[in-house]
Ligand binder design. Structure first.
Ligand SMILES: [Zn+2]
Length: 338
């Protein structure tokens, strides 16, 4: 199935109707399930197994921007296939399968060599989808795991040996709300010995509250998707001002220049997200990371990954800064070979 943002003819109009149906499906419920989009049928994923979120745009544009050798996509996911890596019963959404082969084809198209695979919440505490992908990557992939405080030291060591460099906590209502902070601190204290960092998906509403918590963390932390502030709130909105100041002053803090489609209110090519990226890069030029966030779970507007690559020279017009963003910074944080 094809989803295009621009209506240019009858065929696209039909596709947009399909897209709207898919959007309805993300809202859940029996009525939506009755109008299953074609991508679910194509993947043989129907009934209770049917995806509830949009698939990635399969028609990736070839970007005009050529990334430097060794560039790292620091935030991306692999979904299943569910037949091999079953989705967790506790998941808050069901993704379309977006397996490793599909991801590798995407990276070949956009000219990116290396990646950090962030295990998505839909895979629960089963990290095999990521460790298997790392194992076949000849050092080109690292991972971010999902763990809880029942994990043993032996399991933590095994995940470290498999290429995991950190674990993720989501604080979003739709992904289950904020974790038990006692458990959060217990895990943080344990993973430090393995050289891990924490990856944090925060809503803008809690950024100011979290600033002192983050400053006191005993290890590096990474904030996803530029804090997911809305571009319509402007650069002076309080959560963004707090985030920029935190990144400027805390050497442990890292920021992912990802998810412009989550910030943007203007839509593709998401140029209204560019000033936010520029402000964060200026605040922490040596602690910013770029990524696609493919296959873009739970977005309202599905971005084209070629469009996302072409935002890089807008975020960082200077070639030396592009190299820091795409190569030097992720190499240092994730321990890729330089
Ligand atoms: Zn993501």
């Amino acid at each position: 199935m094809i989803i295009r943002p621009v209506k240019t003819g009858v065929q696209e109009e039909t596709m947009n109707r399909v897209s709207r149906r898919a959007c309805l499906a993300t809202l859940g419920g029996a009525a939506a399930a009755a109008s299953l989009p074609s991508f679910a049928r194509a993947q043989n994923r129907t009934g209770a197994d049917a995806p509830t979120i949009l698939p990635p745009d399969p028609n990736t544009k070839t970007p005009a921007y050529k990334a430097p050798a060794g560039a790292v996509d620091a935030h991306t996911h692999i979904f299943g296939p569910g037949s091999k890596y079953p989705y967790a019963a506790s998941r808050s959404y069901t993704p379309p399968d977006a397996p490793l082969e599909m991801f590798e084809a995407l990276h070949a198209k956009i000219g990116i060599e290396r990646a950090v695979l962030v295990n998505a919440t839909v895979h629960g505490l089963d990290n095999r989808v990521i460790t298997d992908a790392i194992a076949q990557s000849n050092g080109r992939y690292k991972g971010i795991a999902n763990v809880d405080d029942t994990i043993t030291d032996k399991e933590l060591q095994a995940l470290t040996d498999a290429g995991m460099k950190g674990c993720r906590f989501t604080f979003l209502g739709r992904l289950g709300g904020r974790p038990d902070m006692t458990k959060f601190h217990r895990i943080v204290d344990r993973i430090k010995a393995y050289g891990w960092h924490v990856d944090l998906y925060l809503e803008p509403e809690i950024i100011e509250e979290f600033v002192p918590i983050l400053r006191a963390l005993p290890l590096p932390y990474v904030i996803d998707h530029m804090g997911t502030v809305k571009a319509s709130g402007g650069l002076e909105q309080k959560p963004f001002v707090a985030l920029v100041e935190l990144m400027r002053t805390d050497e442990k803090g890292w920021i992912k220049i990802t998810g412009p489609e989550r910030l943007s209110v203007a839509g593709s090519p998401f140029h209204d997200a560019v000033p936010f990226a520029q402000a964060l890069i200026a605040a922490a030029p040596d602690r910013c990371l770029w990524g696609t966030d493919w296959p873009h779970p739970n977005v309202k507007v599905m971005p084209n990954d070629g469009v996302l690559v072409d935002l890089i020279p807008l975020y960082a017009p200077d070639v030396a800064q592009q190299h820091r963003l795409l190569v030097d910074n992720p190499v240092r944080l994730f321990g890729f070979s330089s």
